[in-house]
Design a protein around this ligand. Structure first.
Ligand SMILES: [Zn+2]
Length: 614
């Protein structure tokens, strides 16, 4: 560009010295310029005193045309860069926001129309405008992705919580699962980068006024007024704080502050836990019975009951649980219609341990199940295959013994849930206490599914069965069908782990010691059930459909009819207090699925559910 401009300037000087009285160039059109040069040629012929060679005239002609072309580029550059920007703004925002973002973006784009003399400044401008465009493009892509995948804004609680709670391993697994969308969005970004790169360099170059009186540098009246008006509006946009905060640079730096603040708030919740322990002691829960009591709570992740043979699924994903069921009779209840009230882990566990109750009016937490259990004399274990800061601080640290199996560095297979079985066995054999609550937190079938079962342990990927045919009929894409095979293989391995946990509990201690076991998932998972997607799913019922199974060795469980009643995971703590045989004044029998007084109320979830009894 700078070369062109330089040539133009030199050439114009030559034209003036050699040609003399040339009509002023008012046209941006190269054709007009050529005509003009023609007349210059004629003028040269009519001026015998001047030393005008044909060569000089040709130089003149060429350079004048390129000077004129130069003057026409800025508008094209503004248009192309502006259109690219707008496309990405529309991608990530809607309604009034689009106009607001467009105004915030406008000044740098219009800068391209401002003639700059120095080539270095023009290069700097090109670089800055390019960065500007890419900032808006990244913003648009990030927002569009979150909206498309989770119907969530980046500053919503779910996304902030997930971002603050994610470690490097989880991020890698996430990318391995979602690389397809990553490729698509990266391609869009690369397109923007190339397009913007091509046009930002075509910004206006100034031609010295004395040297180039013939080249028009100013925009005509109407475009100029329009530019001024847009700039004025942009000033207003920047003056207003709520508008200004939408600017990608401000928004995302604020976002990263929020994520760090959240992480810092989680980093030490000892004081909060101390307060909640004191609260639990004040409630003074008491054991209903003397004697040994062992309760095992198995919380798994991302298990959709629709994929369990135990719930009637077409693939044999739960042979061991089915065997337990056949053997245990009325000691084991499979709650047919279990639902989570949340589609992601953090809110689901928050609800589970806090009885699904909201914060109190003065901002205090409702009682915590583990604090109550300890206040009632239970020794609590937290044995987890997750490595998760928020869950550790908000729940796990209430336990007397915290065992984060997955945190051991350098153990490649550590992420398989089977790794926790030894720890659970150890806890069950602990002779130091009579009353035990053992919480087991599994990875279950959390994405990436292929990492949730041992290598070469996928029996569902070789032949075409009814499930596969059904998915094809529903128009599910090949990769979603493959995810379904992996998901089901993860469930088969999960069946092994969960059955082992049940077996351990069934055979622990003396035969007549009281033991209970409850198993449920934090939330469900969409794997081509209701849409052509795989992953956490706040927007489809699959995101909330979970399994829930209860076993206890004394007192038969409610019969078939009672097991048909819908169950919700955010009320599970009411049932757990029953299993723990703890008496406290807060108990609400209407929310305890084991109580004859149980009354189902549908949870408020952002999905239209036809029937909770299906
Ligand atoms: Zn989860």
């Amino acid at each position: 560009m700078s070369g062109d401009a330089g040539r133009a300037r030199l050439g114009l000087r030559g034209a003036i010295s050699s040609v003399g009285d040339i009509p002023r160039c008012r046209s941006k059109d190269p054709v007009a310029a050529r005509t003009l040069a023609g007349s210059a040629h004629a003028a040269g012929q009519n001026a015998p005193a001047l030393s005008s060679s044909r060569f000089a005239r040709l130089t003149t002609l060429h350079s004048e045309a390129s000077a004129v072309r130069n003057a026409s580029h800025p508008l094209l550059a503004c248009g192309a860069v502006g259109a690219t920007l707008l496309a990405f703004i529309v991608l990530g925002h809607d309604g009034r926001r689009i106009a607001q973002l467009a105004l915030l973006a406008a000044p740098m784009v219009l800068w391209l129309a401002w003639p700059l003399r120095s080539a270095r400044l023009r290069r700097l401008r090109a670089a800055l405008v390019w960065l500007w465009v890419m900032g808006f493009a990244l913003d648009g892509v990030a927002r569009a992705y979150l909206l498309d995948t989770y119907q969530a804004a980046p500053d919503g609680a779910m996304v902030l919580g997930a971002a603050a709670n994610t470690n490097a391993r989880e991020s890698t697994e996430y990318l391995r699962m979602h690389w397809r969308s990553a490729v698509v969005w990266s391609a869009a970004l690369a397109g923007a980068a190339v397009l913007a790169g091509m046009f930002v360099r075509r910004g206006a170059a100034a031609v010295s006024a004395s040297a180039a009186p013939g080249v028009r540098q100013r925009l005509p009246f109407w475009p100029r007024s329009l530019v001024l008006m847009v700039l004025l509006l942009a000033c207003l946009a920047y003056a207003s704080k709520p508008w200004r905060r939408l600017h990608p640079a401000l928004f995302w730096s604020q976002w990263s502050h929020s994520v760090q603040a959240l992480r810092a708030a989680w980093a030490d919740q000892q004081q909060v836990r101390d307060r909640m322990m004191a609260q639990a002691k004040a409630i003074a829960p008491v054991p209903l019975e003397a004697g040994p009591s062992t309760v095992v709570l198995v919380i798994t992740d991302s298990i959709n009951r629709d994929n369990m043979a135990l719930y009637g699924y077409g693939r044999p994903t739960t042979p061991r649980l089915l065997a337990h069921k056949a053997q245990a009779g009325d000691q084991m209840a499979v709650l047919r219609h279990a639902w989570s009230a949340d589609a992601s882990t953090l809110p689901a566990l928050r609800n589970l341990f806090h009885f699904g109750l909201p914060h109190t009016e003065n901002g205090e937490h409702p009682p915590h199940l583990l604090a109550l259990a300890r206040a009632a004399g239970y020794k609590v274990w937290w044995i987890s295959n997750h490595d998760d800061l928020a869950i550790e601080q908000q729940h796990a640290r209430f336990a007397n013994v915290v065992d984060m199996v997955n945190r051991t560095p350098g153990r490649a297979s550590a992420s398989l849930d089977g790794e926790i079985l030894d720890c659970v066995q150890e806890a069950l054999q602990d002779a130091g206490t009579d009353r035990k609550l053992i919480v087991v937190h599994l990875m279950g079938a959390h994405p990436h599914y292929s990492l949730r079962f041992p290598e070469n342990a996928n029996p569902f990927d070789d032949d075409v069965d009814a499930v596969e045919t059904g998915l094809v009929k529903d128009g599910r894409s090949a990769w979603v069908r493959r995810f379904r095979q992996e998901y089901d293989a993860a469930l088969l391995y999960h069946d092994f782990v969960v059955s082992e946990l049940l077996q351990q509990t069934r055979s622990a201690g003396k035969p007549h010691d009281y033991r209970a076991w409850i198993y449920l998932s934090d939330h469900g998972q969409e794997v081509g059930h209701g849409s052509d997607r795989a992953g956490h799913s706040p927007s489809t019922a699959s995101g909330y459909r979970i399994p829930a199974v209860i076993w206890r060795n004394r007192q038969p469980l409610p019969d078939g009819a009672a097991q048909q009643q819908p169950f919700r995971a955010d009320w599970a703590a009411w049932t757990l207090m029953d299993l723990l045989k703890i008496q406290w004044r807060g108990q609400v029998p209407e929310r305890n699925v084991l109580d004859p007084a149980y009354r189902w109320q549908p949870p408020k979830i952002p999905v239209a559910v036809e029937s909770f009894s299906r």
